[in-house]
Design a protein around this ligand. Structure first.
Ligand code: FAD
Length: 517
C-alpha cells in the first residue's frame, strides 16, 4: 500500500512538472489560458491593436487580448496567472482607450485586457439626495457626460479630452481647468471595485479597504484593475461663456492666473496656453470667438512675440444669464490683459467640454492624428515657474513649438495626499504640458528627434536648476529614476505593490517593477 501511495504521489508530481513545462515551453504563448471558462473571450490572433497607443512610439505585442464580458472574466484571468506564480512570464495590462504615450497600457507577450468590452452592469445615475454615477472602469468620459446630463447632472472634474476611460484617467489623476476648484478626477470618486494582482475582487472607498482605494487612485495601474467607479456629480449648466484674453508679459499673466484660482467665485474653468511665434492668430479665433471690440482687435499685432493666453469659462443657466454676465464683467475688470484682446464665445456645455474632439476630427481628416506624440507633462512649483518660463519659453522654445503648450496653476489643497499620485511640495503648482506632434520621417524642427532633444533639454534644465519638478503621466526606464520620481513616497508605493500585486503582474508597461521569475 505504501508503494502504491509512493507511485501515486510520484505520478502527481510528474504531471505537475509536465504542466509547468508545457507553460514554460510555450513561454510567450499562454497555452493554459485557453482552458479558462469565460463569459467573454480571449483572442490570440488579433493582438496588433493592443500594441499601439496615442504616443505612436512604442509597440509591444501581447500574446492575447481579453475581451471581458464580466468582472469575473478579469478576476479569473488574473487569478490564473497569479496561481501559475513565478513559473510563468505572463503579465496583464488593462487597456482603456489606449491613449497612453509610451506603451503604459501594453504588455509584451502578456495579456492585454480591452476594458471597453466590459459594458455591464449598465451605467446608473443617482439624482436624489446625493448625486453620483456608477460606471464601468472601461467607460469613456464622453458617454458619462451624455448620460448624466439627461438627469441635469455632470461630473465636476474633467480632462480636456473626453474620449478617455475612467480607469485610464483615475490611474493618473485626470486634470483640466476645473481642478483648481474641485481637485483632479481622483478627488471626486466615492468608491471603486478593483481586481487585485491576486485576482481578488474588492470594493473599496474612504471607509472600506481605504488603503487599496488610495493606492489605486493615481496608482499607474500597479495595484489593481478598476472595474467599477462611483463618481461624484453636480448640477450641469445649460451654457458656457468661454473667454480668451492675451498677455505679452509672463509675470502679469501668472499673477492673474494665481489670483483667479485663489479668489472666491470667479470662473468655473481656468487654463492658459503659450503662443510661440504665431501671427494671424486672432483671425483664426474669429470663426468661433467674437472680439469684444472688433476695431481694436483688428489693430492688434502680435509681431511674432511669445504671448500667453488666459482661457476662462463661466457656467450659465438660462434663467440667470444677466447676473452671470455682470459677474463675468466684474471678474474681468480686475485683470491686466491687453485690453484689445478680449474674445468671447457662448456655447453649449457639451460643446465646451467636448471641444478637443473637434480638433481630433479635423486632424484625422488630414492624417495628422495618428502621428508620433512625444508629449511632456510637468508639474512645476509656483516659486520656480518664473525661472522655468524664462529659460523654456524665452530660450529653449523661443522660435518654435510643435503643438499646444498648456500652462495653468492648481491648488494642492484639493489633492488627497493619501493617493499614489506624485505632485510638488508647494501649495500652488503649475501644470505645463508640451503637447507636441511629430511629422513622421521629418529630420527638421518638426521631426521626432528634434522634439525629443528639446524635451531632454527642458528636463535637464529642470534637473540642474533644482526646480523640484515632477512629471505628470510619468515615464522612466529604470527603477532608480522611479525611486527619485516618488521621493519619500517610494517606500509606501513598494509596500502597496507587495500587498496588492506581489508578483508584479499588473501594468508592466509602466516599467516600475519587473515580474519575478
Ligand atoms: P490607457 O492609456 O489605456 O491606460 C493608461 C494606464 O492606466 C495604463 O498603465 C493602463 O494599464 C492603466 N489602466 C487603464 N485602464 C485601467 C483600469 N481600468 N484599471 C487600472 N488601470 C488601468 N490627462 C489629463 O489628466 N488631462 C487632460 O486634459 C488630458 N488630455 C488628454 C488629451 C489627449 C488627446 C490624450 C491622448 C490624452 C490626454 N490625457 C489627459 C492623458 C490621459 O489621461 C492618459 O493618457 C490616460 O492614460 C488615457 O486614458 P486611457 O483610457 O486611454 O488609458
Amino acid at each position: 500500500q505504501n508503494n502504491m501511495l509512493f507511485i501515486r504521489s510520484f505520478m502527481v508530481l510528474f504531471l505537475c512538472c509536465i504542466t509547468v513545462k508545457i507553460n514554460l515551453c510555450f513561454s510567450g504563448i499562454p497555452y493554459s489560458l485557453k482552458t479558462l471558462t469565460l463569459d467573454g473571450h480571449l483572442n490570440f490572433d488579433e493582438v496588433h491593436n493592443a500594441a499601439r497607443d496615442f504616443g505612436n512610439r512604442y509597440q509591444l505585442l501581447p500574446s492575447a487580448v481579453l475581451h471581458p464580458n464580466s468582472v469575473s472574466d478579469i478576476a479569473t484571468t488574473v487569478k490564473h496567472i497569479w496561481e501559475m506564480g513565478s513559473h510563468s512570464e505572463l503579465t496583464v495590462a488593462a487597456r482603456g482607450h489606449g491613449h497612453s504615450l509610451q506603451g503604459q497600457a501594453q504588455a509584451h507577450q502578456g495579456v492585454v485586457i480591452n476594458m471597453e468590452s466590459l459594458q455591464g452592469p449598465k451605467m446608473q445615475v443617482y439624482a436624489e439626495n446625493s448625486f453620483y454615477v456608477d460606471v464601468s472602469g472601461g467607460e469613456l468620459w464622453i458617454n458619462i457626460l451624455h448620460e448624466s446630463v439627461k438627469y441635469g447632472l455632470a461630473p465636476k472634474s474633467w480632462t480636456d479630452y473626453l474620449h478617455l476611460t475612467v480607469g485610464g484617467t483615475l490611474s493618473n489623476a485626470g486634470i483640466s481647468g476645473q481642478a483648481f476648484q474641485h481637485g483632479p478626477q481622483i478627488s471626486n470618486v466615492h468608491q471603486l471595485e478593483v481586481v487585485t494582482g491576486k485576482g481578488e475582487i474588492i470594493n473599496c472607498s474612504e471607509k472600506q479597504n481605504s488603503e487599496l482605494f488610495h493606492s489605486v487612485l493615481g496608482g499607474l495601474g500597479q495595484f489593481g484593475i478598476i472595474t467599477r467607479a462611483r463618481i461624484s456629480l453636480e448640477p450641469a449648466p445649460d451654457m458656457v461663456k468661454w473667454i480668451r484674453v492675451l498677455y505679452s508679459d509672463f509675470v502679469t499673466f501668472a499673477r492673474d492666473q494665481e489670483y483667479l484660482i485663489s479668489a472666491e467665485k470667479t470662473f468655473d474653468y481656468i487654463e492658459g496656453f503659450v503662443i510661440v511665434n504665431r501671427t494671424g492668430l486672432l483671425n483664426n479665433w474669429r470663426s468661433s470667438f467674437d472680439p469684444q471690440d472688433p476695431v481694436q482687435a483688428s489693430q492688434f499685432k502680435s509681431g511674432g512675440q511669445t504671448l500667453f493666453c488666459l482661457e476662462l469659462a463661466k457656467y450659465i443657466n438660462k434663467d440667470e444669464k444677466d447676473l452671470v454676465n455682470q459677474e463675468v464683467e466684474s471678474s474681468l475688470s480686475v485683470l491686466n490683459y491687453i485690453p484689445s484682446t478680449l474674445f468671447l464665445s457662448e456655447v453649449s456645455y457639451i460643446e465646451f467640454l467636448d471641444r478637443v474632439h473637434v480638433s481630433e476630427v479635423k486632424l484625422r481628416s488630414k492624417g495628422l492624428w495618428e502621428v508620433p506624440h512625444p508629449w511632456l507633462n510637468l508639474f512645476i512649483p509656483q516659486s520656480k515657474i518664473h525661472d522655468f518660463a524664462k529659460e523654456v519659453f524665452g530660450n529653449i522654445l523661443a522660435e518654435t513649438s510643435n503643438g499646444p503648450i498648456l500652462i495653468y496653476p492648481l491648488n494642492k489643497s484639493k489633492w488627497d495626499n493619501r493617493t499614489s499620485v506624485v505632485i510638488p511640495e508647494e501649495d500652488v503648482f503649475y501644470l505645463v504640458a508640451f503637447l507636441s506632434s511629430a511629422v513622421p520621417s521629418s529630420k527638421g524642427t518638426d521631426g521626432l528627434e528634434h522634439i525629443l532633444t528639446q524635451n531632454k533639454r527642458i528636463l535637464e534644465y529642470c534637473e540642474t536648476a533644482h526646480l523640484g519638478v515632477k512629471q505628470y503621466l510619468p515615464h522612466y526606464t529604470t527603477q532608480e529614476q522611479w525611486r527619485s520620481h516618488f521621493g519619500p513616497q517610494w517606500e509606501v508605493f513598494v509596500q502597496r505593490k507587495s500587498t496588492y500585486d506581489p508578483l508584479a503582474i499588473l501594468a508592466p508597461g509602466q516599467r516600475i517593477f519587473q515580474k519575478a521569475m
